[in-house]
Write a protein that binds this ligand. Structure first.
Ligand code: 3JN
Length: 337
């Protein structure tokens, strides 16, 4: 394939810098890169691919020079304005914000789960919310084998999910300083509030998990509920997932299904104190699954504990995997570039 031109939008942010790290680890063939940010961070120099890159200010003409793929992580309003501009110039945007996720014209993709949805893209492909991504990696193999009737999520989300300011609130809070990002101290605390509250008493983060799950698993009727909670962990989201499967299952066989699924590592030996934890997941691209056990309070019930690095698999790595899958479709002729 001829030279690929890649734009990274929001390159100086937490996810943006992780985009760069992941791209260094798994580079595209024959690619050149341009890094963009808002005017505020433009001019910063970032070390990348063994060289130094000056970050350019993102403007309405940035995409005129012809990019193939743009990885966006610059917030919803930047995506709202600039993703359609990029797409109109023939660039495929992989967008990490929630701006386009529920748009029926935008595929919402976890490459281990629904890669073929990329085939229907119209210039924008959305990266799901971090909490949704790791849940999908764990639930999709179970849906394929047994069906899923109902899901109850309870999350334990790291402060890095709220960006650098969230990270600093925990760091500074441990020294006794007042929070700037969160509405309460996060050090020594647990806050059942992520994103804004909606009229129905849910938070937007909870609504994202519910709606994105149904879209990615292609089941509008799936019953899903969620409680999303911020905990004083620097990085790595944990989730308790209670599932009502659609058919009877053998627990040993179900563990094999999960073990053989793409992207999953099973850590499940309570007698040896082995279970998924943020300190195991952080810095990796796996979704860790453990505490796998029957929920006898309902028919075909199951409990799982699922942990992943929210900035890598929950954001940057998943977006890069989407781009890799897209390039694969171009190279095989399944999609016209
Ligand atoms: O708080 C977390 O752990 C995840 C936060 C994700 C987030 C933060 C600000 C804006 C999102 C997201 O990915 O849904 C957005 C957004 O794009 O709406």
């Amino acid at each position: 394939m001829s030279n690929l031109k890649i734009a990274v939008v929001g390159a100086t942010g937490m996810v943006g810098r992780t985009f760069l790290k992941v791209l260094e680890e798994r580079p595209f063939e024959n690619a050149t890169y341009t890094l963009f940010s808002s005017a505020r961070s433009a001019g910063s120099v970032l070390k990348f691919m063994g060289g130094e890159y000056t970050v350019q200010e993102l403007t309405e003409t940035s995409f005129d020079e012809g990019f193939d793929i743009a990885l966006f992580s610059a917030g919803g309003s930047t995506s709202e304005k600039f993703a359609p501009i990029a797409a109109s110039k023939g660039c495929v945007v992989v967008d990490n914000s929630s701006q386009w996720r529920m748009d029926p014209n935008v595929p919402l993709v976890v490459p281990e789960v629904n890669p073929e949805d990329i085939l229907n893209h119209k210039g924008i492909i959305a990266n799901p919310n971090c909490s949704t991504i790791q849940a999908m990696v764990a639930l999709s193999p179970l849906q394929k084998k047994y069906g899923i009737k109902r899901v109850v999520y309870s999350t334990y989300q790291a402060v890095s999910g709220a960006g650098r300011a969230g990270y600093e609130d925990l760091e500074n809070g441990m020294k006794g300083e007042a929070p700037k990002k969160f509405p309460h101290p996060i050090a020594g605390n647990v806050i059942p509030h992520i994103d804004v509250f909606l009229d129905n008493g849910y938070t937007k983060e909870e609504e994202k998990m519910i709606k994105e799950t149904r879209k990615i698993l292609h089941d509008d009727a799936m019953r899903v509920t969620a409680t999303t909670v911020r905990v004083p962990v620097f990085n790595g989201h944990s989730e308790s997932i209670n599932v009502e499967l659609g058919s009877a299952y053998d627990l040993k066989e179900l563990c094999e299904v999960l073990k053989n699924a793409e992207g999953i590592k099973i850590v499940d030996n309570g007698a040896n104190n082995e279970y998924p934890m943020p300190i195991i997941a952080t810095g990796t691209d796996y979704t860790y699954v453990g505490r796998i056990r029957r929920d006898d309070s309902v028919e075909n019930g199951l409990n799982l504990w699922v942990v992943a690095d929210n900035i890598r698999k929950g954001a940057a790595t998943n977006a890069v995997q989407i781009a890799e899958t897209l390039i694969g479709y171009w190279n095989s002729g399944k999609l016209a570039r």
